[in-house]
Every structure is written in C-alpha cells, then in structure tokens.
Design a protein around this ligand. Structure first.
Ligand code: HEM
Length: 173
C-alpha cells in the first residue's frame, strides 16, 4: 500500500473518530433539539450512502468494457475501492446507528411504516453486500457478471430509495 493511500485511510479514520465523539457528546449532553440534530445527521449519512450506491454500479458498467490488466481497469479498481471504503461503508454504518436511535427515541418502534422501511433498508444493505463482492471480484480480475447484469442492478438502489423515502415521510400506515 502506498503512503498516500495510508494517509487517506488515516484521515478517514480520524473523521470517523471525530464524528463518533461528537455523537457520544451530543447523546450525553442531550441539548434541546437533539432529536432534530440527529435526524439531520441521519439524512446527511443517507445522502452519502445513496450517492455511493447510485454511482458504484455505474462504475461496474464501464469497468466491464475495460480489458483486465489495462491502465483503465486499474484506475476503476482504485475508484471502486475508495468509493466503497471512504464513503459507502462509513455512511451505511452512520445511517443504521442514527436511524435505530431515531426509531427508539422517537417512539416509532411499533409503527408499521417503520417495519416496512426497515425491510427495504435490509434489502438495500444486502445490495451493499453484493456490491462489496463485485468490487472484490473486479479487484482480482475475476468478474464473470455481464454488463447487462450491472445495468439492471444499477436501478435497484433507486427503486428501494423511493420506497424508503415515501414510507418515512408519508407514513402511510
Ligand atoms: C436501519 C435503518 C434506518 C432506520 C431504523 C431509520 C429510521 C428513521 C426514523 C425513526 C426517522 C425519523 C422519522 C421522523 O422523525 O418522522 C428517519 C428519518 C428519515 N430517514 Fe431513516 N432510517 C433508516 C435508514 C434510512 C435510509 C436507508 C433512508 C433513505 C434511503 C432513510 C431516509 C430518511 C429520511 C429522508 C428521513 C427524514 C424524514 C422526515 O424528516 O420527515 N432512512 N429514519
């Protein structure tokens, strides 16, 4: 691993540590309006997670066209790895932690809309898991999935996101 990559990883960990410390301080201090602050952080984490989940499969579509071992393919590997480790993974953890806290603190644990939303978020997380496998397969030059597969799977995060946002904002049941 190059020193530049090590430095970036250290910055990412530092950022995560600061965010975690801030979160703990807020929960211990409990200022008025804490719920809304944490909801704002939840939405920020959701935006980062979704940005990555929408972009990563697009990279896979273009990566399929690159010859394994080519300069282009190696560039895609770096882009996919960084997007996953620096943005998508931490954003998913933050979304889950903050979402579960909101569900508990907001008294929504027995609400049916939340159960439905939870189901869709579990599906989104499973998709995240599939993307992790795809990144690993591309990194090892052993991708066997077609470009058509990636074009189709590219639409899945959008469909799930639409359902999740409607459920949490409209709260239809
Ligand atoms: C385990 C995961 C999650 C849980 C338990 C969870 C739970 C919650 C809860 C309880 C709220 C507060 C609702 C309110 O105050 O009315 C909320 C807000 C929100 N969540 Fe999540 N959430 C999760 C993941 C997600 C994901 C993946 C998305 C989007 C793709 C999302 C989008 C939003 C949005 C946009 C709001 C703000 C809604 C508003 O203010 O009206 N959440 N979430």
């Amino acid at each position: 691993m190059t020193s530049a990559v090590t430095v970036r990883i250290m910055w990412a960990f530092l950022g995560l540590a600061v965010a975690a410390a801030l979160l703990v301080a807020l929960v211990v201090w409990r200022p008025s309006g804490l719920y809304l602050w944490l909801k704002a952080m939840h939405v920020i984490a959701v935006i980062a997670w979704m940005a990555g989940m929408l972009y990563l499969p697009r990279l896979f579509v273009y990566h399929c066209e690159a010859e394994p071992g080519s300069k282009q393919s190696e560039t895609f590997k770096v882009m996919e790895h960084r997007l996953l480790t620096v943005i998508i993974n931490p954003a998913m953890v933050a979304t889950w932690v903050l979402g579960l806290w909101l569900a508990h603190d907001g008294g929504f644990v027995w609400s049916h809309w939340l159960h439905a939303k939870f189901g869709l978020v579990v599906l989104m997380s499973a998709l995240h898991g599939l993307f992790v496998r795809c990144v690993r397969d591309f990194a090892a030059d052993r991708n066997r999935r077609s470009q058509r597969f990636y074009r189709l799977i590219n639409e899945a995060p959008t469909v799930l996101m639409i359902g999740i946002v409607i459920l949490v904002i409209v709260k239809p049941f």
